[in-house]
Write a protein that binds this ligand. Structure first.
Ligand SMILES: Nc1ncnc2c1ncn2[C@@H]1O[C@H](COP(=O)(O)OP(=O)(O)O)[C@@H](O)[C@H]1O
Ligand SMILES: [Mg+2]
Length: 203
């Protein structure tokens, strides 16, 4: 009984080390591509719902900030936004309101835990490539890293647009749940969007 408990605690510690190592590796890859120029827009996505996109995006943003980067975290999942809940902040104005020019970007951001967060906003919209490009061209020079949380890649077209305009993509898969077929389909979509896949997180 006791040895069983000890084993499970040990394996849990191992698992935590692995997760920490994953974030560190991704952080290193992100900083590598952003080291020489301003390629600093990073999209976090996954094939489907509830595979850990939001948790991963929040963790990457926090770990990059801890390493001294000025970080912006954007919630671009307009249908099921989560970052305001993760960070316990309000989502009255956000990304959609800035795109609709209802509020300025500067007024819409919330500063919390060493990062700047742009919540989703409350009125969903379909993203256009043109407005996304205009927005990201403006914000990218103001931050060392911009992390985007997103909708499921296989379900919502916005995410393909974001994959195309971002400088790197982190793909999240959920262990024992994401099917091989969906994982491969996601890879194919990202190739088609000419996205630069920085790494996969097995959540
Ligand atoms: N590594 C993890 N450890 C524990 N819980 C997690 C982890 N990743 C995600 N979760 C939980 O699983 C659920 C789905 O994760 P979430 O990040 O919201 O997925 P998505 O954004 O892809 O829908 C949430 O309740 C979240 O708190
Ligand atoms: Mg989410």
């Amino acid at each position: 009984m006791r040895s069983g408990k000890q084993r499970s605690r040990k394996s849990r510690i191992k698992e935590e080390e692995l997760i920490t190592e994953q974030y560190r590796t991704i952080g290193t890859n992100i900083q590598f591509i952003t080291g020489t120029n301003r390629n600093n827009i990073i999209l976090v996505t996954s094939p489907g719902k509830e595979e850990g996109k939001s948790a991963t995006a929040a963790n990457i943003a926090l770990s990059l900030a801890q390493q001294g980067n000025k970080v912006l975290l954007i919630d671009a999942n307009f249908r099921f936004p989560e970052q305001h809940e993760i960070f316990n902040i309000l989502n009255i104005f956000g990304f959609t309101d800035v795109l609709d020019e209802k509020i300025t970007f500067e007024r819409a951001i919330t500063k919390v835990q060493g990062i700047h967060i742009l919540t989703s906003g409350t009125v969903p919209l379909s993203l256009s490539t043109q407005e996304a490009e205009k927005f990201f061209n403006k914000v990218k020079s103001e931050y060392s890293m911009v992390i985007i949380d997103s909708s499921p890649l296989l379900e919502i077209n916005d995410t393909r647009i974001l994959a195309n305009i971002s400088d790197g993509v982190v793909l999240v898969f959920k262990q024992n749940e994401t099917s091989m077929e969906n994982a491969l389909e996601s890879k194919r979509i990202l190739q088609y969007a000419q996205a630069n896949v920085l790494g996969a997180v097995l959540n």
